[in-house]
Design a protein around this ligand. Structure first.
Ligand code: HPA
Length: 279
């Protein structure tokens, strides 16, 4: 596979956005794209304008970087992400995150839509990711190690940063928003799970299941970034739900939780900004 030209990607984005670059990035999951519209947008860069940059093909996801501010915090937002089930080689999922790293981003907030293993964590609930299980059978870091980003072997014992988790927990508390905590398991998709798979995942210690986030977390962790993850529960997982699952439900339930998610993220970003100004 031809090597991705990171220098060119960074140059294109920097040509479009002059001035200081945000240190925090947010990846928006299914149904959450609207958050981007609420930002104070200074620059938009379509993935398609960056040479050889992978573009997302899923409905409900557009594909662009939004650069600006959210609640005062300089932020770069990925509106649209790439998934393994779209058929990209896993290594391509490293591209966006590594481009952000080279632009100076050191803090990555990942959001996703997920199915819940618990009846008392139903559609519309939010779950802070404390840890994950990679059940996708894939890893974006397979292949020659690019030492520019990190070492061949790297630690995953605290993949989701404790300070960021504390910040999100405090933001939720101060707004009176319920925030569950748990383990996210990623499948490759594109199908939703069978009830037997959901029972297995629950026994393995998972609380929510989805088709994204883990590759990005791995790439970011390898590159020494701080990561936080937030799941928007769009449905009870197969077998726990009493009806068939659909992408439409994911999008519509995700959108219903958007207002709460936006409030939570905005408070969190405001706090992060205050901390950065102070320190
Ligand atoms: N399974 C996998 N991915 C998902 C689900 C689910 O139940 N809901 C939203 N994304």
């Amino acid at each position: 596979m031809q090597k991705f030209n990171y220098d060119k990607a960074v140059a294109v984005i920097k040509q479009n956005h002059q001035g200081p670059f945000p240190k925090t990035a947010l990846v928006l999951g299914s149904g959450l794209g609207r958050f981007g519209e609420t930002m104070e947008i200074e620059t938009v860069v379509d993935y398609g304008d960056i040479p050889d940059f992978p573009v997302s093909t899923v409905s409900g996801h557009s594909g662009r970087f939004l650069i600006g501010k959210a609640s005062g915090l300089p932020l770069i937002c990925m509106q649209g992400r790439m998934h393994l089930y779209e058929g990209y080689p896993a290594s391509k999922l490293a591209i966006a995150i590594r481009t952000l790293r080279l632009l100076g981003v050191d803090t990555l907030i990942l959001t996703n839509a997920a199915g819940s293993m618990h009846e008392d964590m139903g559609p519309g609930s939010l779950m802070l990711i404390e840890d994950h299980i990679n059940f996708s059978g894939q890893n974006p870091l397979v292949g020659p190690n690019d030492q520019r980003f990190g070492d061949r072997f790297f630690d995953m014992s605290s993949a989701y940063d404790s300070e960021l988790r504390k910040g999100l927990t405090e933001a939720a508390q101060s707004l009176g928003i319920g925030l569950h905590k748990g383990v996210y398991v990623q499948t490759m998709g594109p199908n939703f799970e069978t009830p037997a798979e959901v029972r297995m995942f629950k026994q393995l210690g998972a609380d929510a299941v989805g088709m994204s986030t883990v590759p990005e977390c791995l790439v970011a962790q390898h590159a020494g970034m701080r990561v936080a993850g937030l799941s928007v529960i769009t449905n009870l997982a197969a077998g726990i739900a009493k009806h068939a699952l659909s992408h439409e439900e994911t999008i519509s339930e995700g959108s219903k939780a958007t207002a709460t998610t936006e409030r939570l993220l905005n408070r969190f970003f405001a706090d992060l900004n205050a901390k950065q100004m102070a320190g």
